[in-house]
Structures are given as structure tokens and as C-alpha cells.
Design a protein around this ligand. Structure first.
Ligand code: NAP
Length: 334
């Protein structure tokens, strides 16, 4: 496993990290979740990503139990806050009250005294940015979090947060967590150029487009049983990729992977890691063998000719619409 700095911070992270959205506390049983975490650790992954909202807070508990007994200094634990975790009017968002209460819940569930990175899961249009950033800064001073990041914020939102931090002397954001894959390149236009200048790293999610880029979903056929797209609870978010034209193009990537001696998943993960602004690619897994296969993308170099071939195959199926990032954060509560 190779390691990279998280943005311009001193923190080193494994360039492939493990995340437990949809899987822990929901799609997979506790035993399978532990087996995936064990495989990740065995393969050299040190960075683990979760969120308080995943599986209604159960995902943090599962990860906490799976990492029990692991030397705390040997891993980097990331979590997130924003989406509702209860019915109360303050059980959501990025207010001082919710951040202060939410971190204690996350620490309790994860079984740790601090998280390495605390991320604002979305932008909060209802809370002054100064209030959020001051509270994050206070949590750093209180030793509950070490670094501050965001997820799916637009370039202007990240820029404003950096300006406020510089004016007020707060800790700066060190990372953003956006969706990024061969099929989803929205951050390349605005977010990456800004973040690259400012030392904010990208910790990217769904590098294999939730499994689509493994090529296991075939056009005109039902999803394989046991896969995310076949699971009635988790099939929603993957649905945007499940159309026959796109799935056909994905099959056309097979010769490119074969020429390189890579699996399709390895090619997709290696692709995101070619971007030097990516600090880490977060992979999900339902089985330990997926982790063992996918980590082999670490350190793989892809030539310009390979990148060009991929672009030719995927063509107009690559999503670049920047307005989608803005729509990721709800402007109102309902
Ligand atoms: N910040 C955000 O808003 C946000 C949003 C989403 C995710 N994330 C983070 O990103 C992490 C990863 O997201 P993701 O799970 O969508 O990532 P992903 O790596 O693109 O997809 C993972 C899924 O693909 C399938 N898979 C993985 N390796 C495979 C292989 N070698 N062969 C066949 N199938 C394979 C598995 O699902 P099946 O076996 O069920 O098919 C697995 O759960 C999350 O856990 C979370 O930490 C963040």
C-alpha cells in the first residue's frame, strides 16, 4: 500500500481507504463487516471512513467494534456530520449545538477518544459558516478531532471557508470528499483547481461507481443476486448508472484492463489515483475478496495512451455537470 498526504496537511493516509456506507449495519452481517475490515488491515489500508448517518448510526458502531483492539496510532478514522440522526430540530446540520453533541455520539459509537478527520457531510445553508468553522476549531482544541474536512461542497463554498479560517485564525480545511470516478468527473472543472492551489486534498468516493465499473452488471440482464443493484434497500443510488447503453460501454473497457493485466475494479481505482490531487480513494466492499482484489490498484501507473482509450470508450457517458454538486446539499430542510 502506498501512502499520501491528506491535502497539504502532515497526516499520511493510505491511498486506498475503506468505507462502510450501505454495507455495515445494513447490507452485510456483522461477521462479514469484520472480515472486510480485517482484510483491509491485512492489505495495508490504514484509513477508514464512515458517517454518523450511515445505517442510522449503526455503521459507526460496527466499525468501532471491528477496529477494537487495533492500535489507535496505526489507523486514521474519518467520520462525518450533517444529515439527521434523530427527530429533533437540532439533530442535524452544522450548528454549534449539533456539532458539539454529534461528535460525542460518534466517538462513543466508534470507541475512540478522537477522530482523525471530521467532515461536514454537506454544506449547511441555514447556519453561518463562521459558527460552523469556529466550532470545528474548538473541537480541534478540545482534542476530539484532529483535522477538518468537507464533503461535496462547491468551489465557492470551500473558498469562503478558507478565507474565513485565514481571517479568524481557525484551522483550515484539509480535505473534500466528492464522488469521483471515470464516469463522474464533476470536480475536475472547479473544485480540483481551487483545492490544488489551497492544499485541500480529495478523498474520493465510489471510485468503481458502486460496482458498475467492475463490469459485473450486464446490459439487458438482471443484476447478479447479492449485488448492490439487486438489493432493494441499497439499489437507489446505483440506479443512475444502470442503463444499458452505459453498461455496454463499460463492457468495452474490458480489453483495456486485460491488456494491463488488471481487473476492471483495479483499472477504475488506479484511474482515480492518477490524479495527484486525490489523497485517497475510498472503496466499499461486501466481501473480503473484493478488498483483496481492489487494493492491488495501489501504485499502478496508467499511461496517457490508456487514459485516452478510456475516454474514447466512455465518451458522452462521463458526467461533468458542475451544477450537480450544488444540488447535493439541500437548501431547505424538507
Ligand atoms: N461523502 C459522501 O457523500 C459519500 C457518499 C457515498 C459514499 N461515500 C464513502 O465512499 C465509500 C465507498 O463508496 P462505495 O461503496 O459506493 O464505493 P465503491 O468502491 O465504488 O463500490 C463498492 C461496492 O462495489 C461492489 N464491489 C467492490 N469491489 C468489487 C469487486 N472487486 N468485484 C465486484 N463488485 C465489487 C460491492 O458491492 P456489492 O458486492 O453489493 O455489489 C461494494 O460494496 C463509502 O463507504 C463511504 O465511506 C461517501
Amino acid at each position: 500500500m502506498e501512502f499520501r498526504h491528506l491535502g497539504r496537511s502532515g497526516l499520511m493516509v493510505s491511498e486506498i481507504s475503506y468505507g462502510n456506507w450501505i454495507t455495515h449495519g445494513s447490507q452485510v452481517e456483522e461477521e462479514a463487516a469484520h472480515a472486510c475490515v480485517r482484510a483491509a488491515l491485512d492489505e495495508g489500508i490504514t484509513t477508514f471512513d464512515t458517517a454518523d448517518v450511515y445505517a442510522g448510526t449503526r455503521a459507526e458502531e460496527v466499525l468501532g467494534r471491528a477496529l477494537k483492539g487495533v492500535r489507535r496510532e496505526s489507523v486514521e478514522i474519518f467520520t462525518k456530520v450533517f444529515w439527521p440522526t434523530g427527530d429533533g430540530q437540532n439533530d442535524r446540520g452544522l450548528s454549534r449545538k449539533h456539532l458539539t453533541e454529534a461528535i460525542d455520539g460518534s466517538l462513543r459509537r466508534l470507541g475512540t477518544d478522537y477522530v482523525d478527520l471530521y467532515q461536514a457531510h454537506r454544506y449547511d445553508y441555514e447556519t453561518p459558516l463562521e459558527e460552523t468553522l469556529k466550532t470545528f476549531d474548538d473541537l480541534v482544541r478540545r482534542g476530539k478531532i484532529l483535522y477538518v474536512g468537507v464533503s461535496e461542497w462547491t468551489a465557492p463554498q470551500i473558498q469562503r471557508a478558507l478565507e474565513i479560517a485565514d481571517q479568524m485564525g481557525f484551522d483550515r480545511l484539509v480535505s473534500n470528499q466528492p464522488q469521483y470516478s471515470m464516469l463522474w468527473r464533476i470536480i475536475e472543472a472547479d473544485v480540483v483547481p481551487l483545492c490544488s492551489r489551497e492544499g485541500v486534498g480529495q478523498v474520493v468516493w465510489s471510485p468503481i461507481a458502486q460496482g458498475v465499473l467492475t463490469g459485473k452488471y450486464l446490459p439487458g440482464q438482471a443484476p447478479p443476486s447479492g449485488s448492490r443493484a439487486a438489493d432493494p434497500v441499497s439499489a437507489g443510488p446505483i440506479g443512475r448508472f444502470m442503463n444499458d447503453d452505459l453498461l455496454t460501454r463499460v463492457q468495452d473497457l474490458r480489453p483495456i484492463a486485460a491488456d494491463l493485466g488488471l481487473s476492471m475494479a483495479q483499472l477504475a481505482i488506479a484511474w482515480v489515483l492518477q490524479n495527484p490531487d486525490v489523497s485517497s480513494a475510498i472503496i466499499g466492499a461486501t466481501r473480503p475478496d473484493q478488498v483483496r482484489e481492489n487494493v492491488k490498484a495501489s501504485g499502478v501507473k496508467l499511461g496517457a495512451d490508456v487514459l485516452e482509450r478510456i475516454d474514447q470508450v466512455l465518451g458522452e457517458h462521463v458526467q461533468r455537470d458542475g451544477s450537480l454538486v450544488e444540488r447535493m446539499s439541500p437548501k431547505t430542510r424538507d
